[in-house]
Every structure is written in C-alpha cells, then in structure tokens.
Write a new protein. Structure first.
Length: 313
C-alpha cells in the first residue's frame, strides 16, 4: 500500500481534502492532508511562496515520510513542484490535480488570464491585509457551477483569505518539472471551469511536465465539480458511453458515426474515462467543443440527430 500526501489549493486547508483522504484510506493506503503556511488559522497574510513550500518540506521531514505520492490541487501544484525540487528522494510520484505547473521563475499569476490578475489585485487593495477572498459570484459561477445554491453557500463558508504574495511570488527551482527524474501524473477533471476555457489546465500546463501519465476524469460523475466536493442533489443522468472502442455504441450508431467521420473523435477524446454522462445532445456537443472540436451547423445537426436515438448502455 502507498503513502499519499494531499496538498490543497488556494483558499483551502487540509481539512477540505479529508473526504478525499478518507476514500483513499478506505482502499488501505496511508493519507496525510497538511495545511500550507499562510492558510492555517492565525497565519499572517503577508507570507510568500517560499515559506509555504518550506512548510510542507518541514512537514515531510518531521513526519519522516518517504516513498510518498505527493498530490497537489490547483495552487498546490506550485507547492509540490517546490517540494520535489528540494527533496526528490522522498517522493515516489507527483500528481498534479488540475494544478499549476511552474518552471523556474514563474508564479501562479504568470499562468492566469489578465482579468483574473486584475480582479485579485483589486480585492487585495480593498482588503489591505495582503490577502484575497473570492467574491461569491465568481465562486458560484466558475468554481462550483453545477451545485445547488445552498451547497455553494456552505462550501463558500469554508474558504479562508489567501495571501496574495503566495500567488504572485515567482518560484525558484534548480530543476524544472520536465527534467525531474520522478514519475509524474496529471489528473485533468474535464468539468473544472475555475480557469476559463481559453486558459485550459490541459494541455497548456500539463505539457510542462515532460514525460507524464495523463488521467482524464469526468468530474461531475465522480464528485460534482468545484474542489472535489461530493455531488449533491444531481438528477440521474442519461449515459452516452464514450470509450476507446466503437463498441461503446449500438451497431446502428457505430455505422452512422463511421459514415460521418465522427468515430475517431468520439473514440479518442475521452479514452481514459469509462463513460460520459449527458442529459441532452447539447451536453455532449458542449463537452466536445470545450475540448477543441469545432463543428459547423450541418455537423452539429447530424450529431444531435444521432444522439437523439442513443439509449443508456
């Protein structure tokens, strides 16, 4: 069995990852969920990135953790990269969970769209203590967009002010991730919309890992989107299987897909996922378009007609 260390994202603490840790522990693994410096109760909000990284380096050393699978979510990618640079001998594998992947002298803000940077700067200026808090409308629409309002509000109450300096400080690395002699994985939850689609997590950031294992997950199916929270109150979906084989579709659908030259795309685009949910044809088209498939009107109508005849497998 393995030892996992889960590093949270911005505005969170290790406590928020305890339900994820419990699932991993139930499979027989050992799991730790530390909180980075700057996010602990009472921490100064002027703390920088190097101090946050050092807090996890110290945590691993004091706990004498070795052969670990080090997982970083979102901003946590900055932390695990810095930790791996300082103590690769303690790490078995790095896992970036919709996470930032920095090269030397890069910051989180370097990997954000300009409108996000302007928003964070404005919030920090207004607060005056060096921290930023997400406005609820941003949290609701971009981070927890598929939840009911009550769930979104309860999750928002768990957030805490995050030091802006941690997001703007540039990381100092001896070795960039692509050159690290470590096993690496990128877990891309396809429904994570906390970054706008023109600034995607994958492949924009994942490609900086060099050789890595890609795992794509339809997040809503597993947890509901947002930060790994359990999905609540979701209606039972209709299932349109999307696998690496044309056998995912009934024979008549296979033939029509092949005839319209869609079989290759449908067969490959979600190959790591066992299946994909959708309630309507629009859902499927939206997910395809989100991943870069651009269809003209005739192609859109053809797929819509096709999906209208699909049934759960």
């Amino acid at each position: 069995m393995a030892t996992y260390v889960l590093v949270h994202g911005a505005w969170h603490t290790g406590r928020g990852l305890e339900p994820v840790a419990a699932s991993i522990a139930a499979a027989g693994h050992t799991v730790f969920t530390p909180t980075t410096k700057g996010n602990r109760p009472g921490d100064s909000k002027t703390i920088g990135l190097s101090e946050a990284i050092r807090s996890i380096v110290d945590y691993l050393a004091v706990s004498d953790l070795k052969e670990i699978i080090l997982v970083g979510h979102s901003y946590g990618g900055m932390i695990i990269t810095g930790v791996a640079d300082k103590m690769p001998h303690r790490i078995r594998r790095l896992v970036y969970w919709n996470a930032f992947v920095p090269n030397n002298d890069e910051s989180v803000s370097d990997m954000l769209p300009p409108e996000y940077i302007a928003l964070l700067d404005a919030i920090a200026s207004e607060r005056g203590d060096g921290s930023v808090v997400l406005p609820f409308p941003v949290w609701r629409e971009a981070f927890i967009n598929d939840a009911d309002l009550d769930t979104a509000k309860r999750a928002y109450e768990l957030l805490n002010p995050h030091p802006l300096k941690i997001l703007t400080d540039k990381i100092s690395l001896v070795t960039n991730p692509a050159e690290m002699k470590l096993a690496k994985s990128y877990l891309n939850c396809t429904e994570d919309t906390s970054l706008p689609h023109h600034y995607p997590w994958h492949p924009r950031l994942s490609q900086k890992l060099g050789l890595f294992r890609l795992v794509q997950v339809l997040l809503t199916k597993l947890f509901g989107s947002g930060f790994g929270r359990p999905g609540r109150g979701l209606r039972r979906p209709t299932w349109f299987p999307v696998k690496g084989s044309s056998a995912a579709f009934p024979p008549s659908v296979q033939l029509r897909l092949s005839g319209n030259n869609f079989s290759g795309y449908f067969g490959r685009s979600f190959w790591p996922a066992p299946s994909e949910w959708a309630r309507t044809g629009e859902d499927v088209l939206w997910r395809r378009s989100k991943l870069g498939l651009h269809l003209d009107g005739d192609a859109t109508r053809a797929i819509m007609a096709l999906l209208a005849g699909c049934r759960a497998a």
